[in-house]
Design a protein around this ligand. Structure first.
Ligand SMILES: [Zn+2]
Length: 488
């Protein structure tokens, strides 16, 4: 069934753990809760014990402000906190400390946008607001899923970890737009060192979808890009077939089952009133110092979109490769480090790095690229290619061996690809080539460009070990001598 159904509207609520923080949002417990025995990374604050008072982690606010600047948002005058009430076992206080756009409270930032790329064109998604809030505990289902398990267990180690909630306007019309946007957002968050997206649960996405004039359905907590895509396609198809049968789509919250690849209804969607938001009396608003904002803006790393433009301008590489190289901050830094050691055409370097090197290393290991193949080794390889000491074919064969941990020099030596033929040895080869190719020598006398044929012969005879420049000079000299002799 086609996804391009008329009037599809998709909005996203993205929850990102600020994993780069040392502690939770309102207490001193570690933000690194993974791989710990259950309920050991807790204190009275994040367990919600009566009388325990939260204290804001200021670094979390700085990180959120960084994201706000990157997403072109209007930043609030002060940071204020609201209580969102709901009763669910993952929430020990029965309310979550969050931010809210309402009476006496405000989101930390609102009304921004992020441009992203799809099929070579730029699209813009509006960002409604971003909020800081605390992560609830984690519910574990003893057997099977939420729907089939006889009982559930709760681990509060995650309770209170700083979450950044990013809410978009319903600006997406297809899963492809959603995915392209999320990839760009992930790159921005990675550049800003907000979160380590390789960690399980570091990013969870709620997807709101409506089709036609139908009501909005929310699919909660989807963890991976492939599941997000599958869930959107499933839900569009489900809603569309209801509409076609004349059945009204109900406003509801659904759950994505990643094994069954389907969404299931869970509970009726709460309305905003049900949450009874009100300002948290334990957390007075903190004014956002404009000097602090200026300082954060100054110290922010170059954003992916800016880096992309600079790569095109500074190195003269194509938009396509600039995009590929800057899609990961480590990869972008690696490319620039390599370019310090070579004067090869940057487009050629970028293509070999983005396609071959990354292809062999694998997307999941990009972060370690500089350890797998040191930039100096890659630069040396590119220099050999530039000076034509090796061919592109050899360069492409060397790359997987470099990735396997071998040194460039050892690879080339083992294969007999390097070692120079020069001086007297090269002169001898040239003498032989010249005497075997009289016709080509005559051609070169009449047309200086025809010397390329002879250079090729020398390269072939030396297994490409001759230096092209030296070969040219010696050959030109030899041809000149031949010409003089012929005149006599
Ligand atoms: Zn705690």
């Amino acid at each position: 069934m086609s996804e391009n159904f008329i009037d599809v509207m998709i909005g996203l609520e993205i929850h990102v753990q600020i994993t780069s923080l040392k502690t939770k949002l309102f207490c001193g417990c570690s933000s690194d809760y993974r791989n710990l025995p259950p309920n050991t990374n807790v204190c009275p604050v994040c367990l919600g014990l009566p009388g325990a008072l939260p204290k804001v982690n200021k670094k979390a606010i700085e990180k959120a402000l960084m994201v706000a600047i990157a997403l072109n948002m209007k930043i609030a005058e002060s940071v204020s906190w609201a209580r969102k009430h709901y009763f669910y076992p993952d929430l020990p206080k029965n309310y979550q400390i969050t931010q809210y756009e309402g009476k006496g409270v405000a989101s930390i930032a609102k009304d921004g946008y992020l441009d992203y790329y799809l099929n070579g064109s730029v699209k813009r998604a509006r960002i409604r607001r971003i909020n800081l809030e605390e992560d609830p505990g984690k519910i574990l289902y003893h057997s099977g899923s939420m729907l089939t398990s006889k009982y559930s267990l709760i681990d509060y180690n995650r309770s209170g970890v700083a979450l950044l909630e990013i809410v978009t306007e319903p600006d997406f019309r297809s899963s492809k737009e959603v995915l392209a946007f999320l990839r760009e957002l992930r790159t921005v968050l990675e550049y800003l060192d907000i979160t380590d997206l390789d960690l399980e649960g570091a990013m969870r996405v709620d997807v709101n979808i409506s089709v036609g004039k139908g009501k909005r359905v929310e699919i909660k907590n989807i963890g991976s890009l492939s599941d997000i895509e599958a869930a959107i396609l499933y839900e569009i198809t489900r809603q569309k077939s209801l509409v076609e049968k004349g059945i009204e789509v109900e406003m509801e919250t659904r759950h994505w089952d990643q094994d069954k690849k389907a969404t299931f209804g869970t509970r009726a969607k709460e309305s905003e009133e049900d949450y009874r938001y009100f300002p948290d009396p334990n957390l007075p608003p903190i004014e956002i110092d404009r000097d602090l904002l200026g300082k954060i803006a100054m110290e922010m790393p170059e954003l992916p979109s800016v880096k992309r433009r600079r790569f095109v301008e500074k190195y003269g590489i194509s938009e396509y490769l600039a995009h590929a190289i800057s899609s990961n901050r480590r990869l972008a830094e690696y490319f620039e480090e390599v370019m310090k050691g070579t004067t090869i055409n940057a487009e050629r370097a970028a293509a070999l790095i983005a396609n071959d090197l990354v292809g062999w290393i694998g997307a999941e290991r990009i972060k370690e690229i500089g350890n797998v193949v040191p930039p100096s080794e890659m630069a040396k390889l590119l220099e050999l290619l530039r000076t034509e000491a090796i061919s592109i074919k050899i360069a492409k064969e060397v790359i997987p061996e470099l990735v396997s941990g071998k040194r460039l020099e050892d690879i080339l030596n083992a294969r007999g690809w390097i070692g120079k033929v020069s001086g007297e040895e090269l002169s001898k080869v040239i003498e032989k080539i010249v005497s075997e190719n009289r016709k080509a020598v005559e051609d070169a006398i009449n047309n200086p460009r025809a010397i390329q044929f002879l250079i090729g012969k020398v390269m072939e005879a030396t297994n490409k070990k001759a230096d092209p420049k030296e070969t040219y000079e010696l050959l030109a000299k030899r041809i000149d001598e031949y010409k003089q002799k012929r005149r006599v």
